[in-house]
Design a protein around this ligand. Structure first.
Ligand code: EPS
Length: 381
């Protein structure tokens, strides 16, 4: 992730989650209100299960902040779990061992890996609860980017069969008003016409005790050209973004710009022509490349998308087989969310911020915020 590293540890129903961010310069203001704002936002999205409502503990700082600013050392955050019961529960709230693994979950693969006859411990590790820690820690990087004049929009573009119109509303617009608009929505959605259709997708999945997936988009700008590098693999911004976004539970596909459509297109229709104007520099009339070429930013806004599968905890479970004796039976019924696309979108925005903060700091160096600001803007203030 460039010069910034994020490590997270914790179990879904353990005492809490820890996030450690290494590599931040000293002097970034710690604004707990902003971090907690994103955590509160995750709670009120439609499609969340009962647990989202009560996981409301504020983030605690254990290290890395002195006098309300980062001190240059590792930043250690702690998010206590209100549900620290130690294991999964049925939708009715009863504690239960997972003996019949859920298709699509880590239950079976983890039980085989560790030789278990119950998958509870696996479910604790494979939980999307960890995205709360990504969101909190990434929020600090998001704030660093904002101090550099860079804004991040994370929004939902599809829930099941209901999609937004393709990006018409993003052209030539500043991101901040869009961020506010998306955050006012119950689904982190910018398209007021698509939102009711998305809500209907969630309602009908809930009614049939099913789940529904979808797609999110993260847009970042303005960005300077030249962040990242074509080589080695680890320096490419596309490979770094793919790594973190594919790491969000349930994400099954990641695309840069119009990458999902690229396989069908001719080169002459896909690539973005180059223009030059005095005073403006190089510009592109379209941004199908999503702001990345050769693993580097090209000066256009960065656009990345992620697709989530429907969550695997089903009210009407699929067929499964016992971890104890292989006997047939329905998969375990486990309390969960009906749709987690907005929550994943917010975590994606946070993780993209970590990657970009790392790439920028790699470029600027600097131990303090004022050094970074001076070098980023081309003067050593
Ligand atoms: C999750 C299942 C649900 C979600 C949880 C992730 O928890 P539980 O099984 O206890 O009902 O609420 O997400 C969060 C708590 C959160 O903060 O995002 C899962 O199985 O991944």
């Amino acid at each position: 992730m460039g010069r910034v590293w994020l490590h997270v540890a914790g179990e879904s129903h353990g005492p809490g989650l820890t996030a450690i961010l290494y590599g931040l310069p000293a002097g970034i203001p710690w604004e707990s209100d902003r971090t907690d704002h994103w955590l509160r936002l995750r709670q009120r999205f439609s499609g969340r299960g009962p647990r989202a409502g009560f996981e409301s503990e504020p983030t605690q700082v254990l290290a890395g902040i002195k006098g309300k600013v980062t001190n240059g050392g590792p930043l250690q955050l702690y998010l206590p779990n209100r549900d620290s019961s130690g294991g999964s529960q049925t939708p009715e709230g009863e504690a239960q061992p997972i003996r019949y693994p859920r298709p699509g979950h880590a239950d079976l693969a983890g039980a085989l890996k560790w030789g278990l006859s119950q998958a509870d411990g696996v479910a604790e590790l494979a939980s999307a609860r960890l995205t709360a820690a990504y969101t909190a820690a990434g929020g600090v990087c998001r704030q660093l980017l904002s101090l550099l004049g860079i804004e991040i929009l994370a929004h939902v573009v599809r829930v099941g069969e209901a999609g937004t119109r393709r990006r018409a509303f993003l052209r030539g617009t500043r991101l901040l008003p869009l961020v506010e608009r998306a955050e006012a929505s119950r689904l982190l959605c910018l398209d007021a016409r698509a939102e009711p259709r998305m809500l209907a997708q969630i309602a009908s999945a809930k009614e049939t005790r099913d789940t529904v997936g979808g797609e999110f988009e993260v847009v970042v700008g303005p960005l300077p050209a030249g962040l990242g590098a074509p080589q080695p693999l680890e320096a490419r911004l596309d490979s770094r973004l793919g790594q973190v976004l594919m790491g969000i539970p349930a994400v099954k596909a990641v695309a840069i710009g119009d990458g999902m459509l690229a396989g069908r297109a001719r080169g002459s229709r896909f690539h973005d022509a180059i223009r030059f104007a005095a005073g403006k520099g190089y510009t592109r009339p379209t941004n199908r490349a999503g702001g990345l070429e050769g693993g580097m930013t090209n000066g256009e806004p960065l656009v990345v998308r992620g697709v989530l599968k429907p969550l695997p905890s089903l009210g009407t479970p699929l067929a499964s087989a016992s971890l104890e004796d292989g006997s047939a039976g329905p998969a375990a019924r486990v309390r969960s969310d009906v749709c987690a696309v907005p929550t994943a979108a917010l975590a994606a925005g946070a993780l993209v911020s970590v990657v970009l903060a790392g790439a920028i700091l790699e470029q600027t160096g600097g131990s303090t915020l004022s050094e970074v600001l001076g070098r980023f803007h081309g003067n050593d203030r």
